[in-house]
Write a protein that binds this ligand. Structure first.
Ligand code: GLC
Length: 744
């Protein structure tokens, strides 16, 4: 194992980003050193201790006075936060302010779509704006550190936390994570509306085996370097102020004790001076992992690996003094951890201004609602639209709105929504009822998504028969995705399948809307519906976004940030897979086409499932519009390039339909031969292009040959000469516009 890590270190040294060490801020560093020199050992260790808020303020106050608290999470009441800061400032020996933190994952009060939904927008500016809104609202309550963005690559829809990240693609996740960090932190961390970001979960958490949370992550060294780590490097380049260690182990090493991640990568390769916090008790959970003997061993392994602050585990505060005496932890190690904590507090301006204005309230400002609505609208994905069912015509006067998610304000905000007030949420029912001239026949039919009682379906069918169109809103309750909420089957749950089927038999136009935290296996519902819109839990403005889309006030532009499996047995399934030695031809006999008594080798030997074929239900990057787009005239500036050159790609895009709309154009490449096998496709660019009906434009991409680098057979991060294919495409399965080039 040691040899492997050394090898990887070499690879990583080549990956190191060019940014100078962040702690070039010598004024702050001087203040850190001055303060550090005055601190007792107990006060130093106290800064490494993060408490979760307690009801009894005095319990926290006592520990703060004693200098035993560096940070508190989950305290969100401005008055209490000010009280605790006042105690820290006036009643502790050195007056070091507390770093107040919270999981502000996709909004604080105004709730944006869950990150998976945000990714579907492919709109980096809108995502950054949403993070800025979250920071303004959260800092207005006194929160200056969020445990977000979650930039775990997820290829397994069974994993509940697929909801919290930006999907299966490294390139998209890297850019989305960096945009979110910029939004949270703003240009100046000391601005009172700046909120320290946290790149999490470092690293490989999304590869939890079986899609079962906290499980072992089996990741090869090359996958780690080329798939799971790059978003965290991009986060370092974006100036992420903190990182969080992940619960999982990688190849036997829990991330909370993984110096390869926390030192070789974060410090040596990326030159980050971010503060590293553990996940919730991920220190003491190493006892369950089985790589530590006792709590003292836990504390020693974690801090020696590079952890700075311990979230609620309390192994640091209980064991570091003795570990220092025994020589198992050096004082310099503790001092460096404290430096990382103090530096962040100085950068945030907490020493000058630890308090929050309790009278100033900014939540749900009209501008916030407007920007969040834009993102929610762009996050919706049109997966089917037979016979132009959508947008609904002006002839529609009576709408049957049915389903357990049609008026579920709390559920529609999805996982990790702690502080948003459901009373501000606009549901599909509320939005529909606000439209003059539309009669709404509302019937939830089921009390909630998991409802096993079908009695209400008859009433829904009866209302459907009286309507011009049926809108059926189903999906997942908020609790059905997110942390520890994994599913072994990802069909539409409970009697929802029966509801959609019954409605499809009414003969009325059926528009199915799915609000969920993951891609579900919805092949049957797609078949039964005339149109289908997918909204990864859309948040506060979800109902307004939906109705704007249904009636054509907005046109869908979202594209899938994850592959939609046809069956759960296909998982993990993702677009940028390897080809294998026997790739499926797509013409293989499926189970029901296979003759009885078929000879043993009669079916051919290629990589597919007898009962599911090879491909997914919907590929990565897929989404329809109300209009149509045509890609043509693909041109490359050169067909032979040196490794340090840039390829200029142009193509024409025409809006050949009836609606003004936006297309998310995608640029993919394939490295045909490498010193190791290469994915059949890799996203290397995307652009949102708005075109009026009938309009045509030329779209440009610049592809740096340096961006084709990968981890070679020799574990070096390099661009290898050779032949490449390139596509400009509407989705990852679209091979219509192809070109070739060679790297010399
Ligand atoms: C949780 C999550 C982590 C979160 C932390 C604090 O267990 O894994 O993402 O930020 O604890 O709530």
């Amino acid at each position: 194992m040691k040899r492997l890590f050394y090898t990887l270190s070499l690879a990583l040294a080549l990956v190191s980003c060019s940014t100078a060490p962040k702690s070039a801020d010598s004024a702050v560093d001087q203040r850190v050193e001055d303060l550090l020199s005055k601190m007792t050992l107990e006060e130093k260790i106290g800064q490494l201790n993060q408490l979760s808020s307690m009801n009894n303020l005095e319990d926290m106050a006592k520990q703060i006075r004693e200098g035993r608290v560096g940070s508190i999470l989950n305290e969100v009441e401005p008055g209490r936060i000010n009280a605790l800061q006042r105690i820290a400032k006036d009643e502790s020996r050195l007056g070091i302010p507390i770093l107040m933190s919270r999981d502000v994952i996709h909004g604080f009060k105004t709730i944006a779509p869950i990150p998976l939904g945000q990714a579907a927008s492919f709109d980096l500016e809108a995502v950054e704006a949403a993070a800025r809104i979250a920071a303004i609202e959260a800092t207005n309550d006194g929160i200056r550190w969020t445990f977000s963005p979650m930039i775990d690559i997820a290829r397994d829809a069974r994993w509940g936390r697929i909801a919290e990240g930006y999907g299966e693609d490294t390139y998209l996740t890297s850019l989305m994570g960096a945009a979110t960090i910029r939004g949270y932190q703003g240009p100046d961390l000391s601005d009172p509306t700046s909120m320290a970001a946290c790149a999490k979960h470092f690293c490989g958490y999304g590869a939890s085996e079986g899609g079962r949370d906290y499980n072992t992550a089996n990741i090869t060294p090359r996958q780690l370097l080329d798939v799971y780590l790059p978003p965290f490097q991009k986060a370092a380049e974006a100036g992420a102020a903190t990182y969080m260690t992940s619960f999982n182990e990688i190849d036997g090493v829990p991330s909370t004790a993984n110096s390869y991640l926390l030192k070789t990568m974060l410090r040596d390769a990326w030159h980050s001076d971010a503060m590293v916090v553990t996940d919730w008790a991920s220190t003491s959970e190493m006892l369950a992992h089985g790589n530590t003997y006792d709590r003292a061993d836990v504390a020693a392994k974690a801090i020696n690996a590079g952890v700075d602050m311990e979230m609620v585990g309390e192994t640091f505060i209980q064991n570091l003094p003795q570990l220092l005496k025994e020589g198992r932890v050096k004082l310099s190690t503790i001092d460096n951890a404290v430096r990382n904590v103090l530096r962040l507090k100085f950068r945030l301006g907490l020493f000058e201004n630890p308090y929050v204005d309790e009278n100033k309230r900014v939540a749900y400002a009209p501008e916030f609602i407007e920007k969040t609505l834009k993102l929610a609208t762009e996050s919706a994905i049109l997966l089917k639209n037979a016979d132009e069912t959508l947008p609904l015509s002006s002839k529609v006067k009576t709408v049957a709105l049915v389903g357990p998610m049609a008026d579920a304000a709390y559920e529609q905000s999805g996982t990790w929504t702690f502080d948003g007030d459901a009373s501000h949420t606009v549901t599909p029912l509320a939005a529909l009822q606000a439209i003059n001239g539309i009669k709404v026949l509302y019937e939830p039919a089921l009390t909630h998504c998991r409802d096993q009682k079908a009695a209400g379906i008859a009433s829904a069918v009866a209302k459907a028969k009286q309507a011009d169109v049926v809108i059926c809103v189903v999906g997942e309750e908020a609790i059905m995705s997110g942390e520890a909420h994994c599913l072994a089957d990802i069909n539409l749950y409970g009697k929802q399948k029966d509801l959609v089927e019954a409605l499809s038999k009414t003969g009325k136009p059926l528009v199915t809307v799915i609000m969920a935290g993951r891609p579900l296996t919805i092949a049957k519902q797609v078949e039964e519906s005339d149109a289908l819109l997918y909204m990864f839990h859309p948040g506060t403005t979800g109902g307004t976004a939906l109705v704007d889309l249904l009636f054509g006030k907005a046109v869908p532009s979202g594209k899938t940030p994850v592959t939609f499996p046809y069956m759960v047995g296909q998982v993990p399934i993702y677009y940028n897979h390897k080809n294998s030695g026997r790739p499926a031809a797509g013409t293989e006999l499926l189970i029901d086409q296979t003759p009885v008594g078929a000879g043993q080798t009669s079916l051919g030997c290629s990589s597919y499932w007898l009962d599911a074929g090879f491909g997914p239900l919907f590929p990565f990057g897929y989404g329809l519009s109300y209009t149509t787009f045509e890609y043509s005239n693909l041109k490359l500036s050169k067909t032979e390039l040196a490794k340090n050159e840039t390829l200029h790609v142009t193509f024409d895009l025409a809006n050949t339909g009836k609606y003004d709309a936006t297309e998310i154009c995608q640029l993919y490449i394939r490295d045909l031969v490498g010193s190791v096998t290469r994915p059949i496709k890799e996203l290397k660019g995307f652009k949102r292009v708005a075109l009026k009906a009938g309009e045509k434009t030329t779209v440009e991409f610049d592809l740096n040959m340096a961006d084709l680098a990968f981890t070679t057979l020799d574990m070096k991060h390099e661009v290898e000469p050779g032949d490449f294919k390139l596509w400009v495409a509407a989705n990852s399965d679209d091979n219509t516009n192809e070109a070739s080039f060679t790297v010399k």
